[in-house]
Design a protein around this ligand. Structure first.
Ligand code: GP9
Ligand code: MN
Length: 409
């Protein structure tokens, strides 16, 4: 019991609350459609292949008058990939540095986003057209408090509408709409996409732009499935409008993790026209995070350093749900006092001034290693300690199942 109190004290000290923060309740009572966008990274935004935009829909969407775009947003996942990103969003805890917490600690006590929303009379559900036991989701979702999980068995998967990992996203959205409509409102529904997944193979007839011509086939194909994803999101929004579900829904589009690993750095460097050092590698971990509240006029670009750990408090804030005695490692992103800082799961971190990774402290300004006079400590040192403390506390909660001893109410 005393360890959880120590962690609570740390969080209260480090993460100053701010009930006055803007946009509280900006989406009060609305449905939420959260799309976990498979493998989508920021580097394709506003980029072209042979004169064609890779993501024309998202490029416009992020500048829409109703879209809040966090353009400095990082994934914080490790080996648990998609499931780690889900865990970050749902619990505002860090995933583990090895293995997948969805498998190893699915029986723990959590106070996850679906549970909080259930208490506010939301219907909560997940839509994902893969086998329901992948990543142990069927077990974990129940523990996290989801009411329904529409998985592969709830979809009609045919030879025409599937390739690669399974049902293609366009068919996935189409077939999901009737289920979505059947739900009692307000609902919180998470969609997990599948088509834009390694190895990024798309039948030629479904491709709208050309491949790249770098020495990485993976990267070359990635832009085509990225475009497919962009189109399918646009179609989905159109369907939501046609079905009359658009106006009452807040949309959240978030990339789950990187799709292009560092093994493709040469090709990436060729495509982006710059050398990929440690600093650039961390910057490539940025994923899209766009929140669209129809009719709000609250569209704005926020350049705060932010990450998946911040989603739970941020979404609750927008829905006008006051945090109880919650223990979140992330913060509401509209909080003015929020520290501009994010920890990645491997101990790398990003602050306003520095990026630290693989034992090198880079200056944000130059993108080059900070030169430290001999005998002096690196300016990254204090942050390094904070990061290891923070990750350690989160790990202790999971390993010790410490929420058993904690009262969230
Ligand atoms: C599988 C899908 C992809 O159901 O979520 O998983 P990933 O390999 O990205 O973790
Ligand atoms: Mn994924």
């Amino acid at each position: 019991g005393s360890e959880i109190q120590e962690i609570k004290d740390y969080i209260s000290e480090e993460k100053e609350g701010d009930n006055e923060a803007g946009l509280f309740g900006a989406a009060k009572g609305k449905n939420v459609v959260f799309v976990s966008v498979e493998s989508m990274q920021n580097f394709v935004l506003d980029e072209k292949v042979n004169g064609n935009e890779i993501t024309p829909f998202l490029n416009d969407f992020k500048q829409d008058e109703d879209t809040i775009w966090f353009n400095n947003f990082y994934h914080q996942t490790a080996q648990g990939k998609t499931s780690d990103s889900e865990f970050l969003v749902e619990t505002s805890l860090y995933p583990l540095d090895r293995g997948a917490v969805y498998f190893t600690h699915a029986q723990n006590e959590y106070y996850a986003l679906p549970e909080v929303l259930n208490e506010k009379d939301y219907t909560t559900s997940v839509f994902h057209a893969n086998n329901k036991s992948f990543w142990n989701r069927d077990v974990m979702y129940e523990n996290l408090g989801y009411d329904h999980f529409y998985s592969q068995e709830d979809y009609e998967v045919t030879e025409e509408n599937s390739f690669g990992w399974g049902l293609e996203d366009k068919a996935f959205y189409e077939q999901s709409i009737p289920y979505l409509k059947d739900q009692e409102q307000p609902f919180y529904s998470k969609f997990i996409t599948l088509t834009h997944h390694f190895p990024f193979e798309l039948p030629e007839s479904k491709a709208s732009i050309e491949k790249l011509e770098t020495n990485s086939n993976t990267l070359n194909q990635y832009v085509q499935t990225a475009r497919y994803t962009d189109e399918s999101l646009e179609d989905f929004m159109d369907q939501m409008r046609e079905e009359g579900l658009y106006e009452d829904t807040m949309f959240v589009f978030m990339g789950d993790h990187y799709g292009i690993s560092e093994f493709h750095n040469d090709a990436m460097s060729e495509f982006l026209g710059k050398e990929i050092n440690g600093y650039e590698h961390i910057q490539l971990q940025q994923v899209p995070m766009m929140i669209h509240i129809p009719g709000s006029g609250e569209g704005q670009t926020y350049d705060k350093i932010s990450g998946q750990i911040d989603m739970k408090p941020t979404l609750l804030h927008l829905l006008g749900i006051e945090e109880k005695n919650e223990l979140n490692f992330g913060e509401n992103l509209f909080n003015q006092h929020r520290q501009d800082f994010i920890a990645l799961r491997d101990g790398s971190f990003v602050t306003e001034e520095y990026i630290y990774t693989k034992s090198v402290c880079y200056s944000k300004e130059s993108g080059q290693p900070v030169e430290v006079p001999p005998g002096e400590p690196s300016p990254c040192e204090p942050w390094k300690e904070k990061v290891s403390k923070e990750l350690g506390y989160s790990d202790n909660i999971i390993y010790g199942d410490l929420f058993r001893f904690y009262d969230f109410q």
